[in-house]
Design a protein around this ligand. Structure first.
Ligand SMILES: NC(=O)C1=CN([C@@H]2O[C@H](COP(=O)(O)OP(=O)(O)OC[C@H]3O[C@@H](n4cnc5c(N)ncnc54)[C@H](OP(=O)(O)O)[C@@H]3O)[C@@H](O)[C@H]2O)C=CC1
Ligand SMILES: CC1=C(/C=C/C(C)=C/C=C/C(C)=C/C=O)C(C)(C)CCC1
Length: 314
């Protein structure tokens, strides 16, 4: 058990509850996102719930939006979470991050539906895909992992500000260390490696978080990037070798629930505001590579991302 505990890593120990709070989490139909959604849906200020094992009244729990590309998969995860947590307010909405039309449609629907947004978790991600492009012509890792979430955050930001204190959590990875922002070939048309393409996009997540924190100073909205640990999930689905490694070393990898702890910590823990823009692993602040600390790269990536998406975001 002590070896297992070692590999499980940090645990989110805060008991902050979320009565009446609104949460959006991308890619929450499986893996780390689903376990994050489950725990957030459980956080309601309801003695009634614990004592009577009954469904708590809506205003006592969080409303959790599972934003995913496959609504059927989303519904199956949502009904499991609803049954498990007795929170009926776990809702599924369509969001395909590889298509800016879908991102805009999701944001439009959400903004019409909800007057508040307290927690946005940019969790969805793809890894090691063979070369491909999104509907808008972006290389898939950059398009889904970085640009998709960049646009989504932009579209939801006013609602977050109006609901402050609010938080944005961006799932990155320790492999950002191997990443580089190749401005001369952002779409990987000259040279492409599916492993490095993922690393580049995860570096972009850290740089985005850093720059976003600067722009949000004084608004009451804070943001954090996260390495969840090496987690047993479907992320490795595009690589035979990684699937094999994941199976072989399965006992030493984190479960999705263990992998959700740092996202939960950054979404919930009290007193994190002074650390806005920082990178976390195992529920504490962690080291980032020199490239992830470069303000010039962060600013340039921000400007280029706005240009690619055709948005103005000062
Ligand atoms: N697992 C690990 O070891 C690590 C994971 N991470 C990061 O954690 C995050 C969660 O990964 P994890 O749970 O492991 O992976 P999973 O593959 O289990 O889950 C990824 C989720 O993202 C969704 N997704 C993929 N593409 C899109 C898209 N175009 N639009 C909307 N949703 C999409 C998937 O949907 P669908 O089911 O439909 O494919 C799925 O719900 C990722 O950002 C990943 O980079 C970081 C470090 C390590
Ligand atoms: C060498 C090796 C491993 C491979 C590690 C790898 C390949 C990590 C990849 C991390 C990823 C994909 C992070 C996602 O963001 C294991 C399986 C831990 C077991 C011990 C030996």
């Amino acid at each position: 058990p002590s070896i297992r505990k070692f590999f499980a890593g940090g645990v989110c120990r805060t008991d902050v509850q979320l009565p009446g709070k609104i949460v959006v989490i991308t890619g929450a139909n499986t893996g780390i996102g689903k376990e994050t959604a489950r725990e957030l849906a459980r956080r309601g200020k309801s003695l009634h719930f614990h004592v009577h094992r009954a469904a708590p009244p809506a205003f006592l729990t969080a409303r959790v939006y599972i934003a995913c590309r496959d609504v059927l998969k989303g519904e199956s995860a949502a009904s499991e979470i609803r049954a498990d947590t007795k929170n009926s307010q776990v809702l599924v909405r369509k969001l395909d991050l590889s298509d800016t039309k879908s991102i805009r449609a999701f944001a439009e629907g959400f903004l019409a539906e909800e007057k508040q947004l307290h927690i946005l978790i940019n969790n969805a991600g793809v890894m090691m895909c063979p070369y491909s492009k999104t509907a808008d012509g972006f290389e898939t890792h950059l398009g889904v992992n970085h640009l998709g979430h960049f646009l989504l955050t932009h579209l939801l930001l006013e609602r977050l500000k109006e609901s402050a204190p609010a938080r944005v959590v961006n799932l990155s990875s320790v492999v950002h260390i191997a990443g580089k922002i190749r401005f001369h070939d952002l779409q990987g048309e000259k040279r492409y490696s599916r492993g490095f393409a993922y690393c580049h996009s995860k570096l972009a997540n850290v740089l985005f978080t850093r720059e976003l924190a600067k722009k949000l100073q004084g608004t009451g909205v804070t943001t954090y990037s996260v390495h969840p640990g090496i987690v047993r999930s479907e992320l490795v689905r595009h690589s035979f070798l990684m699937c094999l490694l994941w199976r072989l070393f399965s006992p030493f990898l984190k479960s999705a629930r263990e992998g959700a702890q740092t996202s939960l910590h950054c979404a919930l823990a009290e007193g994190l505001e002074p650390l806005s823009g920082k990178y976390f692993s195992d529920c504490k602040r962690a080291w980032v590579s020199p490239r992830a600390r470069n303000n010039q790269t962060a600013e340039r990536l921000w400007a280029v991302s706005c240009e690619l998406l055709g948005i103005q975001w000062k």
